[in-house]
Design a protein around this ligand. Sequence first.
Ligand SMILES: *Cc1c(COP(=O)(O)O)cnc(C)c1O
Length: 374
Amino acid sequence: MKKELIFNQRINVTQPKLPDYKMYTELLKEIWENKWLTNDGPLHERFKEQVKKTLLVENAELFTNGHLALEIALKSLDLSGEVITTPFTFASTTHAISNCGLTPVFCDIDPLTYNIDPDKIEQLITPNTSAIVAVHVFGTPCDVGRIEEIAKKHQLKVIYDAAHAFGVEINGQGIGSFGDISMFSLHATKVFHSIEGGLLTYKEKRLAAKIKSLKNFGITSPETVDYIGTNAKMNEFQAAMGLCNLESIRNDIHSRGKVYEAYLEGLNDLPLVRTLIQQDGVKPNYAYFPMVLPSREERDQLFESLKGYNVFARKYFYPLCNQFSCYKNFGFETPIAKDISDGVLCLPMYADLKVEQVQQITEIIKLELGEQLE
Ligand SMILES: *Cc1c(COP(=O)(O)O)cnc(C)c1O
């Protein structure tokens, strides 16, 4: 341990982006003037239109958070039985499937992208399978082409958990334009946020009425309730935050790119450390910086020693969803996911992180891993 490398202040894995204070309070003034706080208010509508343009999608709806948006996506497609999904994700993905009365079937992941492995999906399909819920983990796109082929062949719906993928494009197409529905989380810790918030983008316009109704108790007109809905509406304060943060999203992603490059440069002479690959034709959003170490012991040791330097990394995603006690009985073997999950450590990554801070973090990692290997 080197004393001079200790940070004076805590460096967390993420730090929420806050917009210019005046810009936000200007919008709050509008809320006071409108006296309209929630239920599709004027800022909500403005935010929705702007976000569609940013994401290059035709259809979108806003929600109070990403998790409820994902549950509503699943409900709107009238799924039943089994859903093939990945265990290498946040608990929300699997919980959404289960909360909709569906059974998650865990498929192993690709060792380079950490996303669901299309080669392993078909062997899990049964007559009860109704959908694939894939996750663009860390903002890296899934193999959307292969997944679409499989879904077409077996008549399955495809829902993407794009919680990490705001702003990502594949050959100039918004990531939200693939599959039947995509869910983006606009939580404070994500690349782009509205404090809490969620967003669905979807292919078929005819889903609009149902999706809107499901987030407002299933109400379809003043005297009719046609679905067993919930309350998942986005309020005006959230929309105001979203509108402010949209102003800087391009710059924010650019700054994250600098952080990403500084990490790669700092870690490239550590052959034992694997970092996330970038794919051809993909415009990334640098949502996370995961590094994968050869074993759980090495990962855990580094995780602990970083804390001594005031650096708080996170074990995303460890444990796997199929290791949680509530899903243990599902008993699916996913050895590659287990390998990645045991070695993974997400390093601090946010737009306001300075390149010098990243250099200090990589210095620390080199020092500590050097000591571990001795
Ligand atoms: C954050 C996240 C969610 C849930 O989004 P919230 O907006 O926090 O409800 C779902 N899936 C993944 C992969 C996430 O990272």
